[in-house]
Write a new protein. Structure first.
Length: 186
């Protein structure tokens, strides 16, 4: 964990040096005029949010990075460097890359999605526990635990989306597709 903080600190300081202290890129940024400061801060936020999301395995930072990148694109748009067709193409590429990064590559994310269902706990890949709370006649609450065997389970990753399937004994199968890090049942 300390290595993660040291690495992130290095990236943080390196990005401060490159973006704010180094005079190497100041000539290139003169074309931006008043927007130069906003552009530099958006670059700083985007880079550090992206690296932080990977170092600390915290996906919400990717949203901040995406917002920063879209801000950079909007900042550069009025300059005659970008034409409308290039602008739309660049936004599409950024969104596709962002969506691709958010799609999980490991089947454990589908298991976590099933855990998010209130009734099921799948600690092992071959069986799950179905937890149900029952209120008895004398107003006592009890929890029933039923062990369900997994009949079929798979998770496939297709670069821009993921597809998961789990069939439990005696239950409706779980089918979901992951697009940009969000699970959608179908």
């Amino acid at each position: 964990m300390i290595v993660n903080f040291v690495f992130m600190g290095f990236i943080f300081l390196f990005s401060i040096f490159i973006l704010f202290l180094s005079s190497r890129h100041k000539k290139e940024l003169q074309d931006l005029g008043e927007r130069r400061g906003v552009f530099v801060y958006l670059c700083f936020i985007s880079v550090n949010s992206f690296v932080g999301s990977k170092v600390f395995n915290y996906d919400p930072l990717l949203w901040i990075s995406l917002i920063g990148i879209m801000g950079i694109i909007i900042t550069l748009y009025p300059i005659k460097v970008l034409k409308k067709s290039k602008f739309v193409f660049l936004i599409a590429i950024v969104l596709i890359v962002f969506a691709t990064i958010r799609v999980p590559t490991h089947p454990s994310s589908f298991e976590e999605y099933i855990h998010s269902k209130e009734e099921y706990e799948c600690l092992l890949f071959f069986e799950c526990a179905k937890l149900t709370t029952v209120i008895k006649d004398d107003d006592r609450i009890s929890t029933n635990v039923e062990i369900l065997h997994v009949r079929e389970y798979y998770y496939d990753w297709y670069l821009v989306f993921g597809k998961g399937y789990m069939e439990l004994e005696g239950e409706q199968p779980f089918r979901a597709i992951n697009i940009a890090g969000f699970w959608i049942e179908y």
